[in-house]
Design a protein around this ligand. Structure first.
Ligand code: SAH
Length: 402
C-alpha cells in the first residue's frame, strides 16, 4: 500500500509532503525515546525517494517527521514530533543548540553534534579550530544535504566544511563513499590543542573525521595517574595521542602501532610538543606483548586502545578472546602499583561483557587489579539511555595492587 501525499504551504513555498504510516509497535519506539523505526514496522510508505517525511499511525494521527531511507532496514529516523518546516533554519537551530551544550570542552577540536546522542540521527559534526568536518550517514539526510550544510554554516560559521562521507555504514544506505568539500577550504592538517598537548589532525585522510576525539578525557585521566619519572607503554597509539600526554610525566614512553604511516605522524606530533622521550615501534601489539613478557619487562603505565575487535555480532566470541589476551598480558607487565587504562570501542561488546573479560584476565594474570574508574567517551559524545547504539566506548582505569 502506498503512503499518502499532501500539499503543504510553508514559508511561502509549496512542498509535497510525503507520509509514511507505521504500526503501533513502530510508534511505540518513539514513545520510548528511540528514534529508529525498522522496515518491519512500516505499514505504508511511498518507496520512492529518500528525504524528510511526515509519519502517522494507522488512524492518520501525526507522530512526527523523520528522515526516510526507502532501501535501508532502518527506514525512519525521528527528527521532530512537530509539524514545523525542517529547513536550513531548523538544522541551524538544532546544530547551534548542540554546539552550545559543549561550552566547556578543554580543546580546540570537539564534536558539536553526536548524531542520535544529540537528537540529530545520522549526523556527525566535528569542529577542528576554524574548520568543520561532518558526516551524513543516512540516505534521508543525504537528500537534504543542502539544508544541512546551510544550517551548519549559519550555526557554526566555519572557514570551511568538509564532508567525510566515506564511513562504511553509508553502504547500508546504498550511498557512495566519498570525501567532498561543501564550501571553503579545509587543509590537509589542522593543529589541535587538547588540554596542553598539541597534535595534528588529518581531516581528509585520518581515521573517523581526522582524529579520535572521543578519547580526550581518558588521555587526561591516564596522564594524571601516570607515575612521574616512570616507564609507559602506549599500545595501538595511532598518531600518538595517549603517548604525548604520558610523555609529559613519564621518563620514557614506548608507543606501538602496526602502521608505519600512523607512527610517522606520531613522530611529527612529538616534535611539535618538543618531546624526545617517546620511542616509536612498528609492531603487532599481540606479538610485542608476548615478547615483552618473555623479557620480563615492567611498565608503570600501560594504555590499550585497540580498534574494534568485534565489528559484527558473530565476531564477539573471537573478539572477547582477543581482548582477554591483550589485557592479561598487559596486566602481567605492570609494575607493582602500576596503572592500566584499557578500553573497547566495539559496540557489540557492551560494558558488562567487557567487565567480564577484564575480570577473567585479572584472575588468569595472577595479579590483583583495583578498579579506579570506569569511563566512556568524552562528554561531547553523549550517550542516550534510551538508545544503546549511542554508547560504544568503554574504558577502565586499573591499578595493580601487588
Ligand atoms: N589510541 C589512539 C587510537 C587508536 S586506533 C588515539 O587515542 O588516538 C587503533 C590503532 O591500532 C590504529 O592506529 C591501527 O593502526 C592500530 N592497530 C590495529 N591492529 C593492530 C595490531 N595488531 N597491532 C598494533 N597496532 C594495531
Amino acid at each position: 500500500m502506498a503512503g499518502g501525499q499532501a500539499v503543504r504551504r510553508s514559508a511561502g513555498r509549496e512542498t509535497r509532503e510525503r507520509t509514511v504510516v507505521v504500526s503501533a509497535k513502530g510508534g511505540g519506539r518513539w514513545t520510548a525515546g528511540h528514534p529508529w523505526i525498522y522496515r518491519s514496522d512500516v505499514y505504508a510508505e511511498p518507496r520512492d525517494e529518500p528525504g524528510v517525511v511526515a509519519v502517522t499511525d494507522r488512524r492518520g494521527r501525526h507522530l512526527g517527521q523523520a528522515l526516510y531511507s526507502p532501501q535501508s532496514e532502518i527506514r525512519l529516523r525521528l527528527l521532530t514530533r512537530g509539524r514545523e518546516p525542517v529547513d536550513a533554519a531548523w538544522w541551524s537551530g538544532r546544530t547551534g543548540a548542540a554546539a552550545a551544550r559543549r561550552a566547556t570542552v578543554p580543546a580546540t577540536a570537539w564534536r558539536a553534534v553526536h548524531a542520535e546522542g544529540d537528537g540529530l540521527p545520522s549526523l556527525v559534526v566535528d569542529r577542528y579550530g576554524p574548520y568543520v568536518v561532518a558526516q551524513l550517514l543516512s540516505a534521508g539526510l543525504e537528500r537534504v544535504r543542502d539544508d544541512v550544510v546551510a544550517g551548519i554554516r549559519s550555526a557554526l560559521a566555519p572557514e570551511g566544511l568538509l564532508l567525510r562521507n566515506d564511513a562504511g555504514v553509508r553502504r547500508h544506505e546504498r550511498l557512495p563513499l566519498e570525501v567532498v568539500p561543501a564550501f571553503g577550504t579545509v587543509p590537509e592538517t589542522v593543529e589541535v590543542t587538547e588540554h596542553d598537548v598539541r597534535y595534528l589532525a588529518a581531516p581528509w585522510s585520518g581515521q573517523k573525521t581526522g582524529a579520535f576525539l572521543d578519547q580526550r578525557e581518558n588521555r587526561a585521566l591516564v596522564a594524571a595517574h601516570a607515575a612521574p619519572g616512570g616507564r609507559a607503554l602506549d599500545l595501538f597509539t595511532y598518531h600518538g595521542s595517549f603517548a604525548l600526554h604520558l610523555a609529559r610525566r613519564a621518563a620514557d614512553v614506548v608507543a606501538v602501532d602496526s602502521s608505519a604511516e600512523a607512527l610517522a605522524r606520531g613522530r611529527e606530533n612529538a616534535a611539535l610538543n618538543e618531546l624526545t622521550n617517546i620511542t616509536w615501534r612498528e609492531a603487532n601489539a599481540f606479538d610485542l606483548l608476548r615478547e615483552l613478557e618473555r623479557q620480563d619487562a615492567r611498565f608503570d603505565t600501560i594504555v590499550l586502545d585497540p580498534p574494534a575487535f568485534a565489528k559484527t555480532k558473530e565476531s564477539v566470541p573471537r573478539a572477547a578472546a582477543g581482548y582477554k589476551e591483550i589485557n592479561l598480558r598487559a596486566m602481567r607487565l605492570l609494575s607493582a602499583g602500576g596503572m592500566l587504562f584499557t578500553c573497547s570501542c566495539s559496540y557489540h561488546v557492551p560494558r558488562g561483557a567487557f567487565a567480564d573479560v577484564l575480570a577473567a584476565a585479572a584472575r588468569d594474570s595472577g595479579r590483583t587489579l583495583q578498579l579506579v574508574a570506569w569511563t566512556g567517551a568524552g562528554a561531547d559524545h553523549p550517550e542516550l539511555l534510551n538508545v544503546p547504539e549511542t554508547g560504544y566506548l568503554k574504558g577502565a582505569l586499573l591499578r595493580a595492587l601487588d
